[in-house]
Design a protein around this ligand. Structure first.
Ligand code: ZN
Length: 270
């Protein structure tokens, strides 16, 4: 796997230029394409998740023409150095040095559904001019492992969801009861509720779905991992079958709507 060369950069590189009398500002972003919308006959509006400045919407002019030099860069999952120029308040893509296209994701249905869910979850969480290096690192490593790693796609998606929730500030309570604060690590009757904010002790678990201590322990360990170690995760079948529906309903509750690609992946994994 190629090293993640993006870290350590302090910000986008700017340079000024003038084109036909209109002042332009160039900048280079280390970014991943998370979404696109086709526009006019051969253009695309790309949504980039950039390391330096969060979300950026960029026009890729003529990128759908077969001979366009922007063709390869204008696909979802592409990771690279995107050179943009700003004219009349909007950014267009000038060129891109593609570092990784994560091609194997497109070759496998489960991988594609998992990767698409990761992209749309990041799209929901990232705002313009708001860098989020932990989330960028999680996405980059997860797409890398999905393409070239040995971890099962569902295990990877479970790790992604738990760590995603933690990064965006909605980590479920996994050590203490979300209602009364009691330590649940030694409890045997534990439940889990998105509405309550995570694990519930026996006394507070009224009507909530049960969860095993094994599944809760798996969540605690996944939160503590570093991104590079995710590929080593092998979830026991019992933990996996419990964590999957709990996390899906937790994410749906946090975002306020279901994530389409997660629902598709869920149907396919049945
Ligand atoms: Zn309680």
């Amino acid at each position: 796997m190629k090293p993640f060369a993006g870290f350590g950069q302090s910000g986008p590189h700017h340079s000024a230029a003038v084109n036909r009398g209109v002042p332009m500002q160039n900048k280079t972003l280390t970014a991943i394409v998370t979404h696109y919308v086709n526009y006019r006959e051969s253009d695309r509006i790309l949504t980039l998740f950039s390391l330096q400045s969060g979300r950026a919407d960029v026009k890729a002019e003529g990128c759908r023409r077969p001979k366009s030099r922007l063709l390869t860069a204008s696909q979802p999952f592409v990771y690279g150095e995107f050179v943009l120029f700003k004219s009349r308040g909007k950014y267009s893509l000038n060129s891109c040095e593609v570092r990784e296209s994560f091609y194997p994701i497109r070759d496998d249905y489960d991988k594609f559904a998992a990767g698409s869910a990761m992209l749309s979850l990041c799209n929901e969480a990232v705002q313009p001019e708001e860098p989020n290096e932990p989330l960028f690192s999680l996405l980059y490593h997860s797409l890398s492992f999905l393409s070239y790693g040995s971890i099962d796609a569902q295990d990877l998606m479970i790790c992604f969801l738990i760590r995603y929730l933690n990064i965006i500030g909605f980590c479920p309570s996994v050590t203490k009861c979300a209602n009364c604060g009691k330590d649940v690590r030694t409890e045997s009757n534990i439940a889990f509720s998105p509405e309550a904010g995570g694990a519930l002790c026996a006394l507070c678990s009224f009507r909530a779905e049960p969860i095993s201590s094994l599944a809760l322990e798996a969540m605690r360990r996944i939160i503590l991992l570093d991104d590079k170690s995710i590929d080593r995760v092998r979830l026991p079948e019992k933990a996996k079958t419990q964590l999957w529906p709990h996390l899906l309903s937790y994410v749906r509750h946090v975002l306020g709507h279901p994530v389409k690609s997660l629902t598709i992946l869920s149907e396919h994994l049945k």
